[in-house]
Structure formats: structure tokens, C-alpha cells
Design a protein around this ligand. Structure first.
Ligand code: C2E
Ligand code: MG
Ligand code: MG
Ligand code: MG
Length: 283
């Protein structure tokens, strides 16, 4: 169809293209400046056990405090950071900030918490990820067991020897590897046997559809059973309603995370939130 417009095609599309290219370049420049002037911050969302153990840990979620646009969510800038390579520096900042925060909470007596951080597949393609993580843990005196890394199914599907070795090393260090958004990728279940995965995080879309769609409910139930057969833990993401939590508990899901429990919170609000939960543990 575009071809039939012949000569005019370029004129017709060019302004739009130019605009999106320009927007992207602007964002790249802004991200660069954001790194230099410390505009990133982490919010933390509690992950709560369904077997009475209370708050198990937190997930660190990056935000960008943009001078003009305000608080920008990660889905709007992580893809640009990945394409431009800036994800390496942003990712290193996240690792450092997360470990520093764990150390701060330790000092306040919250030394039982685990902290999960999200890693982009791009970060695995550069050498030295393991040593950079190890250095940060050492620097902040954090035991590696306290750190969880959330990775995507697509990373495992790459069949990349370097990635496989990196994951083996991280696991051997005691770091817990979790598959994020489980069920949305290829879900070639065979891969679960070949990688040292500890936890599956069932994607929010399943939790959302589960109450209304019987097939989705059957899928979640099957994921929990399969995960447990492989000795993996299951975390349900995006739990917003009590009825979802009850169904997940009945299915044997291990942990839940979602707005029903808490939104992602600034670091300063975490000790208070945990204290307020101590007496009303979901069990
Ligand atoms: P994710 O890792 O799957 O994180 C869960 C997302 O769901 C978060 O969005 C969280 O705020 C949101 N969420 C949690 N509970 C609920 C709920 O009950 N209902 C709904 N509707 N949403 C809920 P957020 O913070 O905007 O992050 C989006 C994605 O950005 C993350 O998805 C993750 O893939 C990526 N991301 C976040 N932080 C980082 C980071 O430090 N590095 C990298 N590479 N990616 C990150
Ligand atoms: Mg995640
Ligand atoms: Mg997720
Ligand atoms: Mg996600």
C-alpha cells in the first residue's frame, strides 16, 4: 500500500519518524544526564509469604525522577536504556543502591529481608556482571543469600554458554535466581531443569484473569504443581483482590506480591510498613 503512493511515501511518513527518532535521542541524552546527576531512585514492594512467615522480602523497582516529566516508570525508559547501552550503568547503579539500602535496613534490625532486583538480558551480555555484583555485596557487607535476581524467560532461551555459566556462578554464590513474568514468554518448560532457578513469579496477567477464566485458573494451578514438583517456589505477582489471594492460597502458592498487600514504597516507608504488618500477618 505504501508503495502505491510512490514518491509521496517518504514525505508522508518522514515527519512522524523524525519525531520518534528525536524523542528517543532526547531521552538518551536525558538518561545520560540522569546518571550524572543522580536522578534515579528505587521503590520497594513487599513480597509476603502465604504460610504464615510474613514479609519475606522486597522487590526493588527503579524510577526516574525527571526534572520536567516527574516520576517516570521503568517501562518508559528501560527499553531506551537497553538499546543505547546505558542499561549497564543504570543496572550497576541499581545493584549498588539496592545493596546500600539492605545494609541500612540491617542497621535497623531488618536483617532477615531478601531483596530482589530486576536484571535486563542485556546486562548478561557484558563480561564482569558476577564480579560487579560480588564487589557490591562485599562493600556493603551483605550475604549473597539476601540477594535475588529476577531474570526473564527470554534470557534462558538464548542458549548462550556465557549466560549459562554466569547463572551457575551466581547460584553457586548463593544468590537466588527467579524467573519474572513467568508464563508470558516461550515457557519451554524443559529449560527449567537445566538452569539453577529457585523461584517462578507468575505474571500479573494470569492473576488478573484467573477469577473469571477457568482455563487461566487451571494454568496457574498447573504452574504451582509443576513448580513444586521441581522444588521451585511460586510467587504470584499483581495480587489486587482478596479473592485472588484466597484462591492462590488454596492452590498452594508460596508468596504473593501486589497492591492488595502494598504498592511499591519509598525506602523510608518500609520499616514502618513492616512494623504495621507484624501483627496482621496474612496467614
Ligand atoms: P516487574 O519486575 O514484573 O515488576 C512488577 C511491576 O508490576 C511493577 O511495575 C509493579 O509496580 C507492578 N505491580 C505490582 N503489584 C501490582 C498490582 O497489584 N497491580 C498492578 N497493576 N501492577 C502491580 P513497575 O515498577 O512500573 O516496573 C515495570 C517493569 O520494569 C518491571 O516489571 C521490570 O520488568 C522493569 N524494571 C523495574 N525496575 C527495574 C530495574 O531496576 N532494572 C530493569 N532492568 N528492569 C526494571
Ligand atoms: Mg520483577
Ligand atoms: Mg513481573
Ligand atoms: Mg514485568
Amino acid at each position: 500500500q505504501a508503495k502505491s503512493r510512490g514518491k509521496n511515501t517518504f514525505d508522508f511518513y518522514a515527519p512522524e519518524l523524525t519525531q520518534s527518532v528525536r524523542a528517543r535521542l532526547t531521552m538518551e541524552g536525558d538518561l545520560r544526564a540522569a546518571l550524572d546527576t543522580n536522578q534515579f531512585l528505587l521503590h520497594y514492594q513487599p513480597i509476603v509469604s502465604l504460610n504464615g512467615a510474613g514479609v519475606q522480602g522486597l522487590e526493588a523497582l527503579v524510577r526516574w525522577q525527571h526534572p520536567v516529566r516527574g516520576l517516570v516508570p521503568p517501562d518508559e525508559f528501560i527499553p531506551v536504556a537497553e538499546d543505547s547501552g546505558l542499561i549497564h550503568e543504570i543496572g550497576d547503579w541499581v545493584i549498588d543502591a539496592a545493596c546500600a539500602q539492605l545494609a541500612q535496613w540491617d542497621a535497623r534490625g531488618l536483617s532477615h529481608l531478601t531483596l530482589a532486583i530486576n536484571l535486563s538480558p542485556v546486562q548478561f551480555r557484558r563480561d564482569g556482571l558476577v564480579s560487579r555484583i560480588a564487589r557490591r555485596l562485599r562493600q556493603h557487607s551483605i550475604a549473597s543469600e539476601r540477594l535475588h535476581l529476577e531474570i526473564t524467560e527470554s534470557l534462558l532461551m538464548e542458549q548462550n554458554r556465557h549466560v549459562a555459566e554466569t547463572l551457575q556462578t551466581l547460584d553457586a554464590m548463593g544468590i537466588g535466581l527467579c524467573i519474572d513474568d513467568f508464563g508470558t514468554g516461550y515457557s519451554a518448560l524443559n529449560y527449567l531443569r537445566h538452569f539453577p532457578i529457585r523461584q517462578l513469579k507468575v505474571d500479573r496477567s494470569f492473576v488478573e484473569d484467573m477469577l473469571h477464566a477457568e482455563d487461566t485458573r487451571a494454568l496457574v494451578r498447573a504452574i504451582v504443581l509443576m513448580a513444586h514438583a521441581l522444588r521451585l517456589e511460586v510467587v504470584a505477582e499483581g495480587v489486587e483482590e482478596k479473592s485472588q489471594l484466597e484462591l492462590l492460597r488454596e492452590m498452594g502458592c508460596d508468596q504473593v506480591q501486589g497492591y492488595l498487600l502494598s504498592r511499591p514504597l519509598p525506602a523510608a516507608e518500609i520499616p514502618g510498613w513492616i512494623e504495621s504488618q507484624r501483627l496482621r500477618i496474612v496467614s
